[in-house]
Write a protein that binds this ligand. Sequence first.
Ligand code: UDP
Ligand code: MG
Length: 253
Amino acid sequence: MESSSLSVVIPVYNEEENVGPLHAQLQAALANWPGDVEFLFVDDGSTDATLELLKRAQMADPRIRIAHFRRNLGQTAAMGAGFHLAKGRAVVTLDGDLQNDPGEIPRLVQMLADYDVVCGIRTRRQDTWWKRRSSRIANGFRNWVTNDDIVDTGCTLKAYRRECVERLELYNGMHRFLPTLLRMRSFRVVQVPVSHRPRRAGKTKYGTWRRMKKGLADVWAVRWMKKNWIPYEAVLEVVETPENLEVKSQESV
Ligand code: UDP
Ligand code: MG
């Protein structure tokens, strides 16, 4: 694929009122994009008209790709499927409820010239006081336990070079730890302020307590991974026999 190709990965679960307007905003935001673009919607087992509406939109815009789970598996699974299916050199994720602004995408992708991962930090966050407060506590605790400084890991608006995400193996809940897990793999992660908008249609899929409990329990798994990570690639040398080298150079012709 050409160097400026872009995949926008959008996990959607019962977002029937939002997918149409979001598609229109994506089209407008990327109208002048110099390379190939795909809008990869991952329908996480919606029970409303989300899938139907996406299929209809796809007939008018072939840049829409749709992946669909027959049942709800959660946001991490939807993002993981999107990462594996994405074809672009750059991969951007954003929420399907219009809380992230597609207009931010070009700026984030441009920053991939100097970084491997660009993470949004939601400024003037348009969520309830309760949600903002609990997310601040969760981010603080997560950073303390995993020894990191990710300000707003819950912001789905992020841009990645494809090599960061194509081989990631994700477990349920791990979408909250992607910057930490990628730093662990020596990728260069940067954080930038992005705008945020209120959810105007549909419902949040998370209750504060359940999310808090799961998020806080998962930090210990990530701490363990970080502690036991083996950065073997930094010290790896493969010693080939002359015959093997011969075969390799013939294969690459
Ligand atoms: N989502 C999903 N599967 C789920 C829960 C959420 O694909 O099981 C999607 C949802 O449709 C939205 C995004 O993930 O596009 C973020 O969810 P939500 O807006 O409910 O989270 P909040 O903004 O309240 O943190
Ligand atoms: Mg939301």
